[in-house]
Design a protein around this ligand. Structure first.
Ligand SMILES: O=C(O)C1=C[C@@H](OP(=O)(O)O)[C@@H](O)[C@H](O)C1
Ligand SMILES: C=C(OP(=O)(O)O)C(=O)O
Length: 435
């Protein structure tokens, strides 16, 4: 298990950087290409542990996937009914997206299988998908408290569903739409707040007729997918760390190239701008998976804000790094309506609050959020709890600390951002691996 020693007094951040491919799009690209008729080429694929786990799982179900070079996958689709029974449990590693989307897809197959995950994933709630899937006719067992492993038995036939989800979750919506592809009649998902619509958009790109509008998606079962090529944009959630680093460190000016700027992903930009950040969207352009752009970020002094509750789902993975920004802002930042953070790879409210407190930042946890009084972090020792986004957020915050910060257990950074430390060193941050 490796740690990082990071900061203090890193930066300024200067130059240009590209970030790895989008994790959400990479998972979906493998899944849809595997089910399609024909051969698909994926470019910009995220070479992270999470998305490689998804590719491995389809390999075990008879899908041939070639990797001619890093970031490229050639997927030989087997057609909607072409998956074969795997010879043992399918390991989703650390990935909630893999497990939840696959549960929908595999509930409709004529074979039994099991989905397992690592310690963190084995604590995450699955009833949000198993309950609605059960009302479509799926047969999925969890542990008594609704956590993995998921044991899936073949169902006679799935029925379409009209489901109003109580949680704003793209994973729930996507699991139901993938099951709905195999269902009788129509499947409709309604959300309390619109979430990322990559599944809808990519299904359409693979030839499926899907009707969708923010907060609402509908498709008819029995459609086939036809192969297509996917260009995966840079992951905004990975760009978020460089955005906050360049904002916090005096003298910084950074260009982050080819980042996906889907409106349902970039809530962090609105929050940081309210705090006084200087972030420019340069040369926005349309791709099949959505808009991409370059982002120019210059140093700015931040002030604390009340994060608007409406923006919470649009920045759900960016709260750890927003908390890092808030810790260096002038005044108090308040977050509420973000209880979902407690059921991610770690309890991200508790993980950040305890690390911030260890660095001398005044912080108060609430059930669904946090209050952070900005200041100057001191050096010290923090725990990532094996959560990639917690580790990377403290690596950024450490650059502003008076002395070094040791960040424990950084191995899981490779799930979403392989090469993070080298990339960040390249633009001026001080991070080294220690064992
Ligand atoms: O659909 C997706 O690709 C994701 C949806 C979000 O999860 P929820 O659907 O649980 O909000 C997000 O946190 C996760 O990193 C990726
Ligand atoms: C929550 C995350 O991913 P997942 O749900 O796929 O584990 C994340 O990457 O921050």
């Amino acid at each position: 298990m490796a740690d990082w020693r990071a900061g203090g007094a890193g930066g300024p951040v200067r130059g240009r950087i590209t970030v790895p491919g989008d994790k959400s799009v990479s998972h979906r690209a493998i899944m849809l290409a595997a089910l399609a008729d024909g051969v698909s080429r994926i470019e910009g694929f995220l070479e992270g542990e999470d998305t490689r786990a998804t590719a491995r799982i389809f390999g075990r179900m008879g899908v041939r996937i070639e990797a001619p070079e890093a970031g490229v996958r050639i997927v030989h689709g087997v057609g909607i009914d072409g998956l074969r029974a795997p010879d043992g449990p399918l390991d989703c590693g650390n990935s909630g997206t893999a497990m939840r989307l696959l549960a929908g897809l595999l509930a409709a197959q004529p074979f039994a299988c099991a989905l397992v995950g690592d310690e963190s994933l084995s604590r995450r709630p699955m009833r949000r998908i198993t309950d609605p899937l059960a009302s479509m006719g799926a047969r999925i067992d969890t542990r008594p408290d609704g956590t993995p492993p998921l044991r899936i038995s073949p169902a006679a036939r799935l029925a379409g569903i009209d489901y109003a989800s109580p949680v704003a979750s793209a994973q729930v919506k996507s699991a139901l739409l993938l099951a709905g592809l195999y269902g009788d009649g129509e499947t409709t998902v309604r959300e309390p707040h619109p979430t990322r619509d990559y599944t809808e958009r990519m299904l359409r790109a693979f030839g499926v007729d899907v009707a969708y509008a923010p907060g609402h998606a509908r498709l008819r079962g029995g459609q086939r997918l036809c192969a297509g090529d996917v260009r995966v944009p840079g992951d905004f959630s990975s760009a978020a760390f460089a955005i906050v680093a360049a904002t916090l460190l005096p003298g910084s000016e950074l260009l982050i190239e080819n980042v996906g700027i889907d409106p349902r992903r970039i809530g962090l930009l609105s929050a940081l701008r309210l705090m006084g950040a200087d972030i420019e969207i340069v040369d926005p352009r349309e791709e099949a998976t959505g808009a991409i752009a370059d982002l120019r970020v210059r140093h700015a002094r931040l002030r604390g804000i009340e994060v608007p509750v409406a923006v919470v789902p649009d920045m759900i993975d960016e709260f750890p790094v927003l908390f890092a920004a808030a810790a260096c802002a002038e005044g108090t930042t308040r977050v509420r309506g973000a209880a979902e953070l407690r059921v991610k790879e770690s309890d991200r409210i508790a993980a950040m609050a305890s690390g911030l407190a260890a660095l001398g930042i005044e912080v108060r946890e609430t059930p669904d959020g946090v209050e952070i009084v900005g200041g100057r972090p001191r050096g010290g020792h923090v725990r990532s709890l094996g959560d990639h986004r917690i580790a990377m957020s403290f690596a950024v915050l450490a650059q502003c600390a008076a002395e070094d910060v040791r960040i424990e257990d950084i191995d899981n950074v490779a799930t979403s951002y392989p090469g993070f430390d080298a990339g960040m060193r390249g633009i001026g941050l001080a991070i080294e691996t220690v064992r």
